[in-house]
Design a protein around this ligand. Structure first.
Ligand SMILES: Cc1ncc(COP(=O)(O)O)c(C=O)c1O
Length: 302
């Protein structure tokens, strides 16, 4: 974690950490700011908790300050952001932007907790930037080990102020209690064994190279997309349904973009997206890029 937290605990994944944190800092009917586009299960979690999502706009540096200022003025209790390898856009927060956003939260009249979902951890290439550097009492930072070390470990670390973490840990004792120490030992071994450390570092480099290689291949087929961090690539398409059908026919699996939208209104025509994953690409970069370009209409169908 970028900043040593007052309290540190281990829970059963990032979503578990976020859900438990939100239960401590907000209640039924409260408003919570989320990135748009963002992680669909987070939206479902908020629906389950009866919390209202307030969409935040993103640019290449992270959440737009004006958008956060508007959400704060709208009385949000919490703000959930992904500091790096944002799912689905692959963008990462810069430290200048983190400072700007932290300043806005600090100046806000009532306390707001920022929850940082560092879901990609060591497979992300961007630095581990945190608003906690500027707001040590107002940030809960979550680091998942699902993407870097395996989703079946079901482990995330959550660090933050005692005012949030102590009641979170106390509440959890009335349920699972703790995360299996056997699994925690497996993770400690993976984090300290030199072969395992090298394997994760190798994966990070591969994803970095695949993002750039695939963006370059797409460019040669007429599609201009900035490479992201981590495994996800957010691709604008003229029409989501058509693109998905064509991609499927070409054997390319993609996720529809609309579930990633925090806004409930339908995207206007011409503003659709699909999310691709570069994780499994190998020497087929060019063939896949050609199929994607055809499917999204960058090239006319033969
Ligand atoms: C943005 C984001 N948050 C949270 C998660 C879930 O992580 P975990 O498996 O640690 O619950 C994911 C997994 O894909 C994710 O992409």
């Amino acid at each position: 974690m970028a900043v040593p937290p007052q309290r540190l605990s281990v829970v059963d994944g990032a979503l578990d950490a976020i859900g438990r944190t939100l239960e401590q800092v907000a209640g039924f009917g409260d408003r919570v700011a989320v990135e748009d586009p963002g992680f669909p299960p987070l939206f479902d979690l908020l629906d389950q908790l009866g919390m209202e999502r307030v969409p935040l706009e993103l640019d290449a540096h992270g959440v737009r300050p004006a958008s956060l200022a508007a959400a704060l003025a709208g009385d949000v209790r919490a703000v959930v952001v992904q500091p790096r390898a944002q799912n689905p856009t692959g963008r990462s927060l810069t430290s200048t932007r983190a400072r700007e956003l932290a300043r806005l939260v600090r100046r806000h009249a009532s306390p707001v907790v920022v929850v940082e979902d560092d879901h990609s951890g060591q497979i992300a290439s961007a630095r581990d930037v945190s608003l906690g550097t500027y707001l040590p009492d107002g940030v809960v930072h979550v680091r998942s080990f699902s993407k870097s070390h395996g989703p079946d470990l079901r482990i995330a670390a959550v660090g933050g102020p005692a005012t949030v973490l102590d009641p979170l840990v106390a509440r959890r004792m009335l349920g699972p209690g703790w995360t299996s120490r056997l699994l925690q030992r497996v993770l400690v071994d993976l984090l300290t064994d030199s072969d395992a450390v090298a394997a994760v570092e190798h994966a990070r480099r591969l994803y970095y190279a695949r993002q750039r290689g695939f963006a370059a291949a797409l460019a040669t087929h007429g599609l201009d997309v900035a490479p992201g961090d981590g495994v996800n690539l957010w691709l604008p398409v003229p029409d989501e349904a058509t693109a998905l059908v064509r991609l499927e026919a070409a054997g390319v699996r993609a996720a529809p973009g609309s579930p990633f939208r925090a806004r409930r209104d339908v995207a206007p025509p011409g503003l659709g997206h699909v999310r691709l994953t570069v994780g499994m690409l190998r020497d087929d970069l060019d063939a896949v890029a050609a199929a994607v370009a055809l499917a999204v209409g960058a090239r006319p169908l033969p």
